[in-house]
Design a protein around this ligand. Structure first.
Ligand SMILES: *[C@@H]1O[C@H](CO)[C@@H](O)[C@H](O)[C@H]1NC(C)=O
Ligand SMILES: *[C@@H]1O[C@H](CO)[C@@H](O)[C@H](O)[C@H]1NC(C)=O
Ligand SMILES: *[C@@H]1O[C@H](CO)[C@@H](O)[C@H](O)[C@H]1NC(C)=O
Ligand SMILES: *[C@@H]1O[C@H](CO)[C@@H](O)[C@H](O)[C@H]1NC(C)=O
Length: 305
Protein backbone atom coordinates (compact mmCIF):
# COMPACT_ATOMS: atom_id res chain seq x y z
CA UNK A 1 0.00 0.00 0.00
CA UNK A 2 2.74 2.43 0.95
CA UNK A 3 4.55 1.52 -2.23
CA UNK A 4 1.44 2.18 -4.34
CA UNK A 5 0.98 5.68 -2.86
CA UNK A 6 4.58 6.56 -3.60
CA UNK A 7 4.20 5.35 -7.16
CA UNK A 8 0.93 7.23 -7.63
CA UNK A 9 2.43 10.48 -6.42
CA UNK A 10 5.37 10.12 -8.70
CA UNK A 11 3.29 9.18 -11.70
CA UNK A 12 0.31 11.50 -11.37
CA UNK A 13 1.87 14.74 -10.22
CA UNK A 14 4.38 15.32 -12.98
CA UNK A 15 1.69 15.20 -15.64
CA UNK A 16 -0.03 18.55 -14.96
CA UNK A 17 3.35 20.16 -14.32
CA UNK A 18 4.43 19.11 -17.77
CA UNK A 19 1.06 19.87 -19.34
CA UNK A 20 0.56 23.32 -17.85
CA UNK A 21 3.39 25.09 -19.71
CA UNK A 22 2.14 23.58 -22.97
CA UNK A 23 -1.43 24.69 -22.26
CA UNK A 24 -0.22 28.16 -21.34
CA UNK A 25 1.88 28.36 -24.51
CA UNK A 26 -1.08 27.15 -26.62
CA UNK A 27 -3.27 29.84 -25.08
CA UNK A 28 -0.69 32.50 -25.98
CA UNK A 29 -0.27 31.06 -29.48
CA UNK A 30 -4.01 31.06 -30.11
CA UNK A 31 -4.57 34.60 -28.87
CA UNK A 32 -4.51 37.55 -31.23
CA UNK A 33 -3.17 41.02 -30.55
CA UNK A 34 -5.16 43.88 -32.02
CA UNK A 35 -3.56 47.30 -31.94
CA UNK A 36 -6.35 49.81 -31.42
CA UNK A 37 -4.18 52.92 -31.19
CA UNK A 38 -0.54 53.74 -31.60
CA UNK A 39 1.45 56.95 -31.35
CA UNK A 40 5.07 57.39 -32.29
CA UNK A 41 6.17 60.47 -30.36
CA UNK A 42 9.34 62.44 -29.55
CA UNK A 43 11.38 60.94 -32.40
CA UNK A 44 15.16 60.91 -32.26
CA UNK A 45 17.97 59.04 -34.02
CA UNK A 46 18.09 56.35 -31.35
CA UNK A 47 14.60 56.01 -29.97
CA UNK A 48 11.03 57.29 -29.72
CA UNK A 49 8.19 57.27 -27.25
CA UNK A 50 5.71 54.49 -28.04
CA UNK A 51 2.14 54.80 -26.83
CA UNK A 52 0.25 51.72 -27.89
CA UNK A 53 -3.03 50.14 -26.85
CA UNK A 54 -3.38 46.50 -27.75
CA UNK A 55 -6.36 44.26 -27.08
CA UNK A 56 -5.75 40.64 -26.24
CA UNK A 57 -8.26 38.56 -28.20
CA UNK A 58 -8.69 34.90 -27.27
CA UNK A 59 -11.47 32.32 -27.29
CA UNK A 60 -10.13 30.74 -24.13
CA UNK A 61 -12.06 31.46 -20.96
CA UNK A 62 -8.92 30.82 -18.91
CA UNK A 63 -7.32 33.77 -17.23
CA UNK A 64 -3.67 34.08 -16.41
CA UNK A 65 -1.28 36.83 -15.44
CA UNK A 66 1.51 37.82 -17.77
CA UNK A 67 4.59 39.47 -16.26
CA UNK A 68 6.21 42.47 -17.97
CA UNK A 69 8.59 41.34 -20.72
CA UNK A 70 11.03 42.74 -23.28
CA UNK A 71 9.41 42.70 -26.70
CA UNK A 72 11.15 43.09 -30.03
CA UNK A 73 9.57 44.09 -33.29
CA UNK A 74 10.67 42.52 -36.55
CA UNK A 75 9.39 42.27 -40.09
CA UNK A 76 7.89 39.40 -42.03
CA UNK A 77 8.70 37.10 -43.66
CA UNK A 78 11.85 35.88 -41.91
CA UNK A 79 11.77 38.06 -38.79
CA UNK A 80 15.54 37.64 -38.50
CA UNK A 81 16.48 41.17 -37.54
CA UNK A 82 14.63 42.87 -34.68
CA UNK A 83 14.52 46.62 -35.23
CA UNK A 84 12.90 47.98 -32.08
CA UNK A 85 13.00 46.87 -28.46
CA UNK A 86 10.33 47.93 -26.01
CA UNK A 87 9.24 46.88 -22.51
CA UNK A 88 5.76 45.39 -22.56
CA UNK A 89 3.91 45.84 -19.27
CA UNK A 90 2.27 42.99 -17.40
CA UNK A 91 -1.33 42.15 -18.14
CA UNK A 92 -4.18 39.80 -17.45
CA UNK A 93 -4.37 37.42 -20.38
CA UNK A 94 -8.12 37.21 -20.67
CA UNK A 95 -10.20 37.95 -23.71
CA UNK A 96 -10.64 41.66 -24.25
CA UNK A 97 -8.02 42.82 -21.78
CA UNK A 98 -5.87 45.73 -22.84
CA UNK A 99 -2.13 45.97 -22.86
CA UNK A 100 -1.09 49.59 -22.63
CA UNK A 101 2.50 50.29 -23.68
CA UNK A 102 3.81 53.71 -22.72
CA UNK A 103 7.56 53.42 -22.96
CA UNK A 104 10.68 54.47 -24.77
CA UNK A 105 11.25 52.19 -27.75
CA UNK A 106 14.92 51.71 -28.69
CA UNK A 107 15.76 51.53 -32.39
CA UNK A 108 18.16 48.60 -32.66
CA UNK A 109 18.42 48.24 -36.44
CA UNK A 110 18.06 51.39 -38.51
CA UNK A 111 17.87 49.61 -41.88
CA UNK A 112 14.93 47.46 -40.81
CA UNK A 113 13.28 50.31 -38.94
CA UNK A 114 13.42 52.44 -42.11
CA UNK A 115 11.54 49.66 -43.90
CA UNK A 116 8.93 49.61 -41.14
CA UNK A 117 8.47 53.40 -41.23
CA UNK A 118 8.15 53.33 -44.99
CA UNK A 119 5.40 50.72 -44.76
CA UNK A 120 3.57 52.52 -41.95
CA UNK A 121 3.51 55.77 -43.95
CA UNK A 122 3.22 54.39 -47.45
CA UNK A 123 1.22 51.16 -47.42
CA UNK A 124 -2.44 50.47 -47.19
CA UNK A 125 -1.78 47.59 -44.82
CA UNK A 126 1.37 46.12 -43.31
CA UNK A 127 2.50 43.40 -40.94
CA UNK A 128 5.13 43.05 -38.30
CA UNK A 129 5.87 40.66 -35.46
CA UNK A 130 6.11 41.18 -31.74
CA UNK A 131 8.40 38.54 -30.28
CA UNK A 132 9.93 37.78 -26.90
CA UNK A 133 9.66 35.64 -23.78
CA UNK A 134 7.96 36.27 -20.47
CA UNK A 135 6.56 34.56 -17.39
CA UNK A 136 2.95 33.47 -17.03
CA UNK A 137 1.22 32.79 -13.71
CA UNK A 138 -1.98 30.95 -13.15
CA UNK A 139 -3.52 30.13 -9.80
CA UNK A 140 -1.32 27.91 -7.69
CA UNK A 141 0.71 26.59 -10.60
CA UNK A 142 4.37 27.47 -10.63
CA UNK A 143 5.17 30.31 -13.03
CA UNK A 144 6.02 29.15 -16.51
CA UNK A 145 7.89 30.78 -19.38
CA UNK A 146 5.91 31.50 -22.51
CA UNK A 147 7.23 32.64 -25.87
CA UNK A 148 5.48 35.40 -27.80
CA UNK A 149 5.53 35.37 -31.56
CA UNK A 150 2.61 37.50 -32.63
CA UNK A 151 1.88 38.72 -36.11
CA UNK A 152 0.30 42.16 -36.00
CA UNK A 153 -1.53 43.58 -38.99
CA UNK A 154 -2.10 47.29 -39.18
CA UNK A 155 -3.52 49.75 -41.60
CA UNK A 156 -1.01 52.19 -43.09
CA UNK A 157 -1.39 55.83 -44.01
CA UNK A 158 -1.82 55.46 -47.73
CA UNK A 159 -3.57 53.28 -50.26
CA UNK A 160 -0.84 53.26 -52.86
CA UNK A 161 2.60 54.61 -53.41
CA UNK A 162 2.84 54.90 -57.14
CA UNK A 163 4.49 57.68 -59.07
CA UNK A 164 1.89 60.32 -59.94
CA UNK A 165 -0.80 58.44 -58.10
CA UNK A 166 -3.24 60.31 -55.93
CA UNK A 167 -1.26 61.20 -52.83
CA UNK A 168 -2.14 61.93 -49.21
CA UNK A 169 -1.08 65.52 -49.72
CA UNK A 170 -4.38 66.70 -51.16
CA UNK A 171 -5.72 70.03 -52.29
CA UNK A 172 -5.70 72.92 -49.92
CA UNK A 173 -8.84 74.71 -48.92
CA UNK A 174 -9.25 78.05 -50.51
CA UNK A 175 -7.56 80.86 -48.65
CA UNK A 176 -6.51 78.76 -45.70
CA UNK A 177 -3.00 77.93 -46.77
CA UNK A 178 -3.21 74.47 -45.35
CA UNK A 179 -2.81 71.07 -46.89
CA UNK A 180 -4.93 68.12 -45.91
CA UNK A 181 -3.42 64.79 -44.97
CA UNK A 182 -6.04 62.09 -44.43
CA UNK A 183 -4.91 59.33 -42.09
CA UNK A 184 -7.21 56.28 -42.17
CA UNK A 185 -4.96 54.31 -39.80
CA UNK A 186 -5.00 54.14 -35.98
CA UNK A 187 -1.38 55.34 -35.91
CA UNK A 188 -0.29 58.85 -35.09
CA UNK A 189 3.07 60.33 -35.93
CA UNK A 190 4.93 63.23 -34.40
CA UNK A 191 7.22 64.33 -37.20
CA UNK A 192 8.59 67.79 -36.42
CA UNK A 193 9.59 70.38 -39.01
CA UNK A 194 9.36 69.26 -42.62
CA UNK A 195 10.98 70.95 -45.60
CA UNK A 196 10.23 69.95 -49.15
CA UNK A 197 11.39 70.54 -52.68
CA UNK A 198 8.70 71.30 -55.19
CA UNK A 199 8.90 70.69 -58.92
CA UNK A 200 6.61 70.64 -61.93
CA UNK A 201 7.45 68.22 -64.73
CA UNK A 202 10.89 67.77 -63.20
CA UNK A 203 11.61 71.52 -63.10
CA UNK A 204 12.30 72.90 -59.59
CA UNK A 205 9.80 75.63 -58.67
CA UNK A 206 10.58 76.18 -55.00
CA UNK A 207 10.54 74.83 -51.48
CA UNK A 208 7.89 74.39 -48.82
CA UNK A 209 8.01 74.14 -45.06
CA UNK A 210 5.55 72.61 -42.63
CA UNK A 211 6.43 73.41 -39.02
CA UNK A 212 5.66 71.08 -36.09
CA UNK A 213 3.84 68.42 -38.04
CA UNK A 214 1.75 65.94 -36.08
CA UNK A 215 -0.27 63.48 -38.13
CA UNK A 216 -3.23 62.42 -36.03
CA UNK A 217 -5.65 59.61 -36.84
CA UNK A 218 -8.39 60.96 -39.11
CA UNK A 219 -8.20 64.07 -41.28
CA UNK A 220 -5.40 66.52 -40.74
CA UNK A 221 -5.18 70.10 -41.86
CA UNK A 222 -1.60 71.28 -41.75
CA UNK A 223 -0.28 74.81 -42.43
CA UNK A 224 2.27 75.09 -45.21
CA UNK A 225 4.44 77.95 -46.37
CA UNK A 226 5.85 77.66 -49.86
CA UNK A 227 8.54 79.85 -51.31
CA UNK A 228 8.72 79.76 -55.07
CA UNK A 229 10.74 80.96 -57.96
CA UNK A 230 8.40 83.46 -59.57
CA UNK A 231 10.03 83.31 -62.97
CA UNK A 232 9.69 79.55 -63.12
CA UNK A 233 6.03 79.72 -62.08
CA UNK A 234 5.16 82.58 -64.42
CA UNK A 235 6.77 80.60 -67.23
CA UNK A 236 4.62 77.53 -66.48
CA UNK A 237 1.42 79.59 -66.20
CA UNK A 238 2.02 81.39 -69.47
CA UNK A 239 3.00 78.08 -71.06
CA UNK A 240 1.43 74.64 -70.51
CA UNK A 241 -0.57 75.51 -67.35
CA UNK A 242 -2.77 78.43 -68.46
CA UNK A 243 -5.43 77.31 -65.96
CA UNK A 244 -3.08 78.49 -63.23
CA UNK A 245 -3.23 75.12 -61.49
CA UNK A 246 0.15 73.44 -61.23
CA UNK A 247 0.61 69.73 -60.52
CA UNK A 248 3.44 70.05 -58.03
CA UNK A 249 5.56 67.02 -57.18
CA UNK A 250 6.78 67.25 -53.63
CA UNK A 251 9.91 65.59 -52.22
CA UNK A 252 10.57 65.73 -48.50
CA UNK A 253 14.16 66.92 -48.04
CA UNK A 254 14.43 67.12 -44.26
CA UNK A 255 12.58 66.19 -41.08
CA UNK A 256 13.91 67.91 -37.99
CA UNK A 257 12.66 67.29 -34.48
CA UNK A 258 14.11 69.23 -31.56
CA UNK A 259 17.00 70.44 -33.73
CA UNK A 260 17.98 66.94 -34.82
CA UNK A 261 17.55 65.31 -38.24
CA UNK A 262 15.35 62.20 -38.05
CA UNK A 263 16.85 60.03 -40.81
CA UNK A 264 14.24 57.27 -40.57
CA UNK A 265 11.43 59.73 -41.32
CA UNK A 266 13.54 61.50 -43.93
CA UNK A 267 14.22 58.28 -45.81
CA UNK A 268 10.67 56.96 -45.51
CA UNK A 269 9.07 60.21 -46.65
CA UNK A 270 11.60 60.87 -49.41
CA UNK A 271 10.63 57.51 -50.89
CA UNK A 272 6.97 58.52 -51.19
CA UNK A 273 5.58 60.19 -54.25
CA UNK A 274 3.50 63.16 -53.19
CA UNK A 275 1.59 65.54 -55.38
CA UNK A 276 -0.22 68.82 -54.74
CA UNK A 277 -2.54 70.56 -57.18
CA UNK A 278 -1.93 74.21 -56.47
CA UNK A 279 -3.51 77.29 -57.99
CA UNK A 280 -1.05 80.13 -58.36
CA UNK A 281 -3.01 82.89 -60.15
CA UNK A 282 -4.45 84.52 -56.99
CA UNK A 283 -1.01 84.59 -55.42
CA UNK A 284 0.50 86.10 -58.54
CA UNK A 285 -2.22 88.76 -58.51
CA UNK A 286 -1.98 89.39 -54.77
CA UNK A 287 1.71 90.05 -55.01
CA UNK A 288 1.15 92.26 -58.07
CA UNK A 289 3.42 89.96 -59.99
CA UNK A 290 0.99 88.48 -62.49
CA UNK A 291 2.58 88.68 -65.87
CA UNK A 292 5.67 90.43 -64.51
CA UNK A 293 8.65 88.16 -63.99
CA UNK A 294 9.81 88.89 -60.44
CA UNK A 295 13.47 89.41 -59.84
CA UNK A 296 14.32 86.91 -57.15
CA UNK A 297 11.02 87.67 -55.40
CA UNK A 298 9.12 84.97 -53.59
CA UNK A 299 5.50 84.47 -52.72
CA UNK A 300 3.20 82.13 -50.89
CA UNK A 301 1.03 79.70 -52.83
CA UNK A 302 -2.66 80.28 -52.93
CA UNK A 303 -5.04 77.37 -52.84
CA UNK A 304 -7.35 75.66 -55.18
CA UNK A 305 -10.51 74.00 -53.97
C1 LIG B 1 -12.38 32.25 -32.03
O1 LIG B 1 -13.32 31.34 -32.58
C2 LIG B 1 -13.88 31.75 -33.83
C3 LIG B 1 -14.92 30.75 -34.24
O2 LIG B 1 -14.51 29.45 -33.99
C4 LIG B 1 -12.75 31.84 -34.86
O3 LIG B 1 -13.26 32.29 -36.10
C5 LIG B 1 -11.70 32.85 -34.36
O4 LIG B 1 -10.62 32.91 -35.25
C6 LIG B 1 -11.21 32.45 -32.98
N1 LIG B 1 -10.37 33.53 -32.49
C7 LIG B 1 -9.23 33.28 -31.86
C8 LIG B 1 -8.48 34.48 -31.39
O5 LIG B 1 -8.79 32.16 -31.65
C1 LIG C 1 20.25 45.31 -39.79
O1 LIG C 1 19.40 44.64 -40.68
C2 LIG C 1 19.98 44.35 -41.94
C3 LIG C 1 18.92 43.70 -42.80
O2 LIG C 1 17.98 44.66 -43.19
C4 LIG C 1 21.18 43.45 -41.77
O3 LIG C 1 21.79 43.21 -43.02
C5 LIG C 1 22.17 44.12 -40.82
O4 LIG C 1 23.23 43.24 -40.57
C6 LIG C 1 21.50 44.51 -39.53
N1 LIG C 1 22.42 45.31 -38.75
C7 LIG C 1 22.74 45.02 -37.49
C8 LIG C 1 23.64 45.97 -36.80
O5 LIG C 1 22.25 44.06 -36.93
C1 LIG D 1 -12.16 62.98 -43.73
O1 LIG D 1 -12.48 63.66 -44.93
C2 LIG D 1 -13.22 62.88 -45.85
C3 LIG D 1 -13.34 63.65 -47.15
O2 LIG D 1 -13.53 65.02 -46.91
C4 LIG D 1 -14.55 62.52 -45.22
O3 LIG D 1 -15.30 61.73 -46.12
C5 LIG D 1 -14.31 61.76 -43.94
O4 LIG D 1 -15.52 61.49 -43.29
C6 LIG D 1 -13.40 62.53 -43.01
N1 LIG D 1 -13.03 61.66 -41.89
C7 LIG D 1 -13.06 62.09 -40.62
C8 LIG D 1 -12.61 61.11 -39.60
O5 LIG D 1 -13.41 63.22 -40.30
C1 LIG E 1 16.20 70.07 -53.50
O1 LIG E 1 16.37 71.15 -54.39
C2 LIG E 1 17.69 71.69 -54.40
C3 LIG E 1 17.68 72.89 -55.31
O2 LIG E 1 16.96 72.65 -56.48
C4 LIG E 1 18.66 70.60 -54.85
O3 LIG E 1 19.97 71.11 -54.81
C5 LIG E 1 18.55 69.40 -53.94
O4 LIG E 1 19.37 68.36 -54.40
C6 LIG E 1 17.11 68.93 -53.88
N1 LIG E 1 17.02 67.84 -52.90
C7 LIG E 1 16.36 66.73 -53.12
C8 LIG E 1 16.37 65.71 -52.02
O5 LIG E 1 15.72 66.51 -54.14
Amino acid sequence: MALLIVVTIIVVFPIPYVAFPNTAQDAINNAELMVTSQSILVPSMKNFQLEQTTVFVTNSSERATLDPWDGSLCLAPDCRTPFVRVRVPGAQAGSGTQIQISNTAEIINVTEFNKYTRMALGRDEYNFYLVGKGMLHKGAWPATTVAYNKKITMRGLQHDVLPNHHSPLGKRHQGKRTISIPNPSVSQFELGDLTMNMSVDGMPVGTASLPNVFIAAGNNSIPMTATTNVMAVAGLVSGPYKSGVLPVDVVVTSVIYDGEHIPWYEQALAALSLRLDLGVIPALQESGLAGIPGLGAAFVWADVT
